[in-house]
Design a protein around this ligand. Structure first.
Ligand SMILES: [Zn+2]
Length: 297
């Protein structure tokens, strides 16, 4: 396993929504891979980017961190010489909206209305105050439930799912290309982060994932917020992890176990590989205990 340490660092960098200024982005490479139809996926640091490229130009879903803006531009130019016209933000976190200030001057940013509210005001996350973004980084088109962008010959449908990872999550359905970008309602192969201080909720998260799985078109490719490109099988594995681990912790809550006792008991080995430095097994058990305690009798 000589590559293990590098993988670990890469995973960590890919997932941690830390402040951009605290991090060294000098070695991050932004790479594009074709997904299906007109859609590509870009990886670098932070949330995966979805890109529609074609005769109308370019539309992207999320934009990682500000220091990567030029590298994102270059990767997009390698796919298509067209102009970047639209940016869809799946939620407010800085590893998905960091390059909004760089792109927002020329392209139109679209997001659920709670995303705009959060980007306009300072947010405290992991005990740190994240300042408001400048005005050019704010979504100029907002919606409550859903909106469609008709672009590159297909309907790009942006649908809000409530109280999941945050209070402003959207999933993007590229109806012609048969690709779905799930934002952080999908951490492929990893325990997810649920931002309960900003409208996220364990039960809501699981309900959202179940609802998306139910309406997933046959054969669709899925771009997760974090982790490798996926399909229905990987989403089903994520769903099973959510249901199994919440069932286990829920039963322990019913049996009167405290959060510390639950953390000590851990989870079956089957879920060991889902633990990361960002959301470890302990952290995930803590999230479940906190989220389920209010409703488990
Ligand atoms: Zn997030």
């Amino acid at each position: 396993m000589r590559y293990a340490p590098v993988c670990l660092i890469t995973t960590l960098l890919a997932v941690m929504p830390a402040q951009a200024q605290d991090r060294d982005f000098s070695k991050v490479e932004v790479k594009a891979i074709p997904v299906a139809g007109s859609v590509h996926m870009l990886t670098g640091a932070g949330g995966n980017i979805g890109a529609s490229a074609g005769p109308d130009g370019i539309l992207i879903v999320d934009d990682q961190f500000a220091p990567l803006a030029d590298r994102i531009k270059q990767a997009l130019a390698g796919i298509n010489p067209g102009k970047l016209k639209f940016i869809l933000n799946t939620h407010y976190h800085g590893d998905h909206t960091g390059a909004n200030p760089a792109f927002g001057k020329d392209a139109t940013i679209i997001a659920q209305q709670n995303v705009r509210t959060r980007l306009m005001t300072p947010q405290t996350l992991f005990g740190e105050v994240r300042p408001a973004l400048p005005a050019e980084a704010w979504p100029v088109i907002t919606f409550d439930q859903s909106v469609s962008v008709h672009f590159n010959g297909e309907e790009v449908r942006v649908v809000h799912f409530p109280s999941g990872h945050t209070d402003g999550d959207s999933v993007v359905f590229f109806n012609g290309s048969n690709v779905v970008h799930m934002g952080d309602l999908f951490f492929n192969g990893m325990f997810p982060f649920i931002d309960s201080d900003h409208g996220g909720d364990v039960k809501g998260y699981i309900a959202d994932v179940d609802a998306i799985a139910k309406q997933l078109p046959p054969g669709a490719k899925i771009i997760p917020g974090h982790g490798p490109l996926a399909g229905a099988a990987e989403l089903a594995a994520f769903q099973r992890m959510l249901h199994e681990t919440s069932r286990i912790v829920g039963e322990r809550i019913k049996a009167g176990k405290s959060v510390d006792e639950c953390k000590k008991l851990g989870l079956p080995d089957e879920w060991k590989s889902w633990s990361t430095d960002f959301i470890s097994t302990e952290k995930w058990v803590e999230t479940l205990h906190k989220g389920l305690s209010a409703t488990v009798q």
